[in-house]
Design a protein around this ligand. Sequence first.
Ligand code: DP6
Length: 323
Amino acid sequence: MPAIAKAQPNIALIKYWGKRDSELNLPAVGSISITLSELFTEMSVELDDSFSEDQLAVNGAQNRSLLPRVQRCLDSVLGDQRQFARVASRSNFPIAAGLASSASAFSALVIAAAGAGGQVRDTAVLANLAGRTSGSAARSLYGGFVELENHADEVKVASIRAADEWPLRVVVAVTSSGPKATSSGDAMEISRNTSPFYSRWVEQQPQDLDIARVAINDRDFEKLATIAEHNCLKMHSVMWASRPPVMFWNSATIECMQVVRELRAQGVAVFFTIDAGPQLKAVCLPADESRVSDALAAIAGVSDIMLSGLGEGAALVRNTCIQ
Ligand code: DP6
């Protein structure tokens, strides 16, 4: 019987950008994110002595290019003497397009792998194992508002406010659903090695984390909006100043940013954030959601709008849509 886990992507408000140890995939900075409720990845892992090799299917198609990363993640949970595995994942949103699909995929994978191996593992341990494969995945083990702190040779991840304590809404404006040209991991290394702004980025992160933590604690939307947009634009400035420059935005991304800023100037409670891809995520109060989504949907170049609230961390599930 396969073990099946379900996980939601998370969107960083104070971003992880840069690695202090690329071997162990340890982040250079702490980060704060929100876990979504409506977007998800379901991951099934089956171990059996009769299998002659590992197999991975992504959204119904065999996938060999992602297999090595999945194998390393399985080894980290089950040990490299493990049985061969049949792994299948299905997401209800575009993958590898800057929508945090690796976060939902690898957080689901560590839970499903532990389940398939009959292991009972602490969430903190699984978060570290997920983070070794993809830094942002460590946060998707937890729900609501999540902080990742850097410790000596590990990360410490915790929910700092539950999803229902401040039920923000997220409007995702999809401006391109194709895979991105540069992976986050490669782009981070280019930034670390070449951007003149990288060291200042790392130095300033504790201040941004402090401000965001207080804003979340006080449910101060304006304060969170200001620091989240600043942190996002600072991360992208680090990338733009890299050699070669790393640019994930397209013209629709910029138009979405302008629309969000205009709405905010008109008193709408909304701010934007953008990750390693051209999609814009607008975070708003529930009363403003339809106004925000209508305004973003009207932009030429926005091909799809996805709506979500804040959700729970990754977990084993019984029911599945995986065939
Ligand atoms: C811009 O977690 O995808 O989304 O550790 O190399 O897999 P790897 O990177 P990944 O990077 C996420 C970068 C980001 C910001 C964030 O989620 O904090």
